[in-house]
Design a protein around this ligand. Structure first.
Ligand SMILES: *[C@@H]1O[C@H](CO)[C@@H](O)[C@H](O)[C@H]1NC(C)=O
Ligand SMILES: *[C@@H]1O[C@H](CO)[C@@H](O)[C@H](O)[C@H]1NC(C)=O
Ligand SMILES: *[C@@H]1O[C@H](CO)[C@@H](O)[C@H](O)[C@H]1NC(C)=O
Ligand SMILES: *[C@@H]1O[C@H](CO)[C@@H](O)[C@H](O)[C@H]1NC(C)=O
Ligand SMILES: *[C@@H]1O[C@H](CO)[C@@H](O)[C@H](O)[C@H]1NC(C)=O
Ligand SMILES: *[C@@H]1O[C@H](CO)[C@@H](O)[C@H](O)[C@H]1NC(C)=O
Length: 218
């Protein structure tokens, strides 16, 4: 995570707000320009994927051993995840083809010996050793999402949240700013905010609802 201090700023006139080149959560892991977001809540595969999608990510795709090891160690050492034995990842088998939920190439795997079971279509990572095991989709476990840092890659569109990738987007937000339809405002999270900087003269950090708080805090 690149931001140590997260300051919330917003512009007046309803352009108000957002995020740039940063991951969704403060405790997200950023590796080779990919953000990994851990959710320590038991969910079945469908809901876990929907939860990742809601922040513009997908369930995590993993393409090399180093990244797999980073994720495994991070999960194993994160207090919140210490009790979680498995994490859903994005590898699944919708039609006899193993593929990643984010559509990236399936070009590396860490599948455990004896796997996959033909009747189980969804993979989880065993936090103890980083190996991948299939589980039925109805099984509920914590999960890890991945996606590009904000300001890069494609726009998240679900849950009312979008990142502008052009200068004149329909949501009126500046490029790389995020739009939250709950407030109809634009948001930008800065790592540092000098209140005396005239550039931010029209910014204020007002947070007016729990939904806005959730949106801003990730
Ligand atoms: C902050 O901006 C919002 C949206 O423009 C506005 O409604 C609110 O009154 C402002 N708050 C302050 C303290 O200026
Ligand atoms: C995703 O999971 C987090 C953590 O449990 C929760 O706070 C958030 O509301 C969920 N988002 C959706 C869209 O379900
Ligand atoms: C089914 O498999 C093909 C590859 O054989 C893939 O292109 C397609 O997207 C898959 N369908 C779904 C729903 O994932
Ligand atoms: C596998 O795919 C990922 C994601 O597109 C890419 O970054 C990586 O270079 C690929 N690895 C190999 C060995 O092709
Ligand atoms: C915001 O967008 C979401 C997803 O597109 C939609 O379900 C929701 O109704 C929208 N909320 C408002 C206030 O427009
Ligand atoms: C901001 O300006 C005020 C008034 O001029 C000054 O007292 C304060 O020290 C300044 N703060 C910073 C962080 O520069």
């Amino acid at each position: 995570m690149i931001w140590n201090i997260l300051t919330f700023i917003s512009f007046g006139f309803n352009i108000q707000t957002i995020l740039s080149q940063s991951c969704y959560g403060l405790s997200d892991l950023q590796i080779n320009n990919v953000c990994y977001h851990f959710v320590d809540q038991n969910m079945d595969y469908t809901n876990a994927l929907a939860n990742c999608t809601s922040i513009g990510y997908s369930l995590a795709s993993i393409h090399d051993l180093n990244t797999n090891t980073w994720i495994q160690k991070h999960a194993a050492s994160t207090i919140e995840l210490r009790d979680a034995q498995y994490l859903w990842i994005g590898l699944y088998n919708p039609n006899n083809t193993w593929q990643w939920t984010d559509g990236s190439p399936y070009n590396w795997s860490n599948i455990a010996n004896g796997e996959p079971f033909s009747d189980r279509r969804y993979f989880s990572m065993h936090v103890a050793d980083g190996q991948w095991f299939t589980r039925p989709g109805s099984w509920e476990t914590p999960f890890v999402c991945s996606g590009p840092p904000y300001g890069q890659g494609s726009s998240p569109t679900s849950n009312g949240y979008q990142i502008s990738t052009t200068d004149s987007p329909s949501n009126h937000c500046p490029r790389n700013w995020g739009f939250f339809n709950g407030t109809n405002d634009c948001y930008f999270l800065k790592s540092y905010y000098n209140v005396n900087n005239t550039e931010y003269a029209n910014c204020n950090g007002s947070i007016r609802s729990q939904a806005e708080q959730d949106f801003v805090s990730g």
